[in-house]
Write a protein that binds this ligand. Structure first.
Ligand code: 5GP
Length: 208
């Protein structure tokens, strides 16, 4: 049996740098091609620069509801007044091929997925509220009203940090990326994973 991929759930309040961290991980450290980011469906409008099928599958509400009915989602949730969902297709197949899959989802989705399958979950926190606000404004893509709303909701998201296996404080980006990689590296070295990945070597080493 080949090594099974790990399902990583990564959550954070908007603006804590989660997307940039996942992007850096997948573009700079995926030499083996054994990591992928699941692309969610959402009913919210694309932000400038966002590409359909790459950042999200942008769908109308009726289509999203039809996908729920069809049982296409592993989990779905309403976040900031829009629907978001993780489609089942690709995830299970990728894990079976030994590919690590990343889900960038909120705490509600994380709770649902943990009920369904083994996961390693990581919560990314900003170093302070002031810095979080600065990053939300710095992004410059949303109105002041939306930013104020997200700051208010950031606390509601952050109180769930203690439901996760790992917590990373993203003060220095490179340090946070290093810590994320350390989690992945240690997961690949667990006894269970090494027994699958190193089957041939182990047989050889233990032969009389
Ligand atoms: P944004 O609109 O800023 O891209 O995302 C808002 C929030 O929705 C983020 O916390 C993000 O992690 C979460 N989110 C994105 N995709 C999904 C999903 O498929 N399921 C759930 N439950 N949350 C999601």
């Amino acid at each position: 049996m080949a090594q099974q991929g790990t399902l990583y759930i990564i959550s954070s309040p908007s603006g804590a740098g989660k997307s940039s961290l996942i992007n850096a991980l997948l573009t700079q450290h995926n030499e083996a091609g054994n990591m992928m980011l699941s692309v969610s469906h959402t009913t919210r409008a694309p932000r400038p620069g966002e590409v359909d099928g790459q950042h999200y599958h942008f769908v109308p509400v009726e289509q999203f509801k039809a996908l729920i009915e069809r049982g296409d989602f592993l989990e779905w949730a309403e976040v900031f007044g829009n629907y978001y969902g993780t489609s089942r297709a690709a995830i299970e197949a990728s894990l079976a091929q030994g590919i690590d899959v990343f889900l960038d989802i909120d705490w509600q989705g994380a709770r649902q997925i943990r009920e369904l399958m083994p996961t390693k979950s990581i919560f990314i926190l900003p170093p302070s509220r002031a810095e979080l606000e600065r990053r939300l404004i710095g992004r410059g893509q949303d109105s002041a009203e939306i930013i104020a709303g997200r700051m208010a909701k950031a606390t509601a998201e952050m109180v769930h940090y203690n439901e996760y296996d790992y917590v990373i404080i993203n003060e220095d980006f490179e340090q946070a990326l290093f810590q994320l990689r350390a989690i992945l590296e240690s997961q690949r070295l667990t006894l269970a994973n090494q027994q699958l990945a190193q089957q041939g070597l182990l047989q050889q080493l233990l032969a009389e």
